[in-house]
Ligand binder design. Structure first.
Ligand code: DX5
Ligand code: ZN
Length: 216
């Protein structure tokens, strides 16, 4: 199975964002994770459209955009135009998951859907055949630097079984509390894409940490 690291710029130094994007562009990370928060779906506000064009200008890596916003259908087209390559919305944030998946695909970008720690895998199974990506939240969304919720490994394994059973092409991504100590177990459960915020940016050598996360 493929392994991909998607460092979360939520933990970057916004005073030197261009330098951090340049570092990620040089690194072995194939994706860059962009956490957009609205202060309603989650109890925090991060950043929005104005940061997309400079990031798009600074790298050709995949911009993996995680929308933690209520009714994301209002903003899908704008994020696609601003340079997102993948748009992931939350199952819990929309009344019509199937419609928003179709809307994302129409813009020509890949469609992802995420579930929060308390949402069961069974809730997303009806959409697996339409999705390019499923994001399992392994912390409550809203903040970087939280501890990994252990039950998330079993959720990844269950999701992997469901994806194989229905022949879906969706890749599994995990987000929250990923470290060098739990990465191997997460890959083993069937996860291909690891988001890592504080583990990468709080380390003395982020590029080396990305390399290590790929080679645990
Ligand atoms: C949390 C965000 C995560 C966060 C991960 O709501 O979705 O992407 O940046 O940060 P770490 O890796 O520090 O848990
Ligand atoms: Zn995220």
């Amino acid at each position: 199975m493929k392994r991909i690291i998607s460092p979360s710029v939520l933990s970057a130094d916004f005073g030197h964002l261009a330098d951090d994007i340049a570092m990620l562009d040089r690194s072995e990370a194939e994706w860059i994770h962009i956490d957009v928060m609205d202060g309603v779906f989650v109890p925090n506000i991060s950043f929005g459209f104005p940061l997309m064009p400079p990031m798009r200008k600074g790298t050709r890596k995949v911009l993996d955009t995680h929308l933690m916003i209520i009714n994301p259908e209002r903003y899908v087209e704008r994020f696609a135009k601003a340079g997102a390559d993948i748009i992931t919305v939350h199952l819990e944030a929309t009344e019509d998951p199937r419609a928003v998946i179709e809307q994302i695909k129409k813009t020509g970008v890949k469609a992802g859907m995420s579930i929060k720690p308390k949402t069961p895998v069974s809730a997303i199974v009806p959409y697996l055949n339409d999705l390019d990506l499923v994001l399992i939240m392994s912390v409550e969304p809203g903040f970087g630097g939280q501890s990994f919720i252990e039950g998330s490994i079993e959720k990844v394994a269950e999701l992997k079984r469901e994806i194989d059973r229905c022949g879906s092409q969706a890749v599994i991504e995990i987000d929250g509390g990923i470290t060098l100590d739990n990465a191997a177990e997460v890959y083993a459960a069937g996860c291909e894409v690891l988001v890592a915020g504080s583990t990468v940016f709080a380390s003395p050598d982020p590029e080396a940490t990305i390399h290590k996360l790929l080679n645990v």
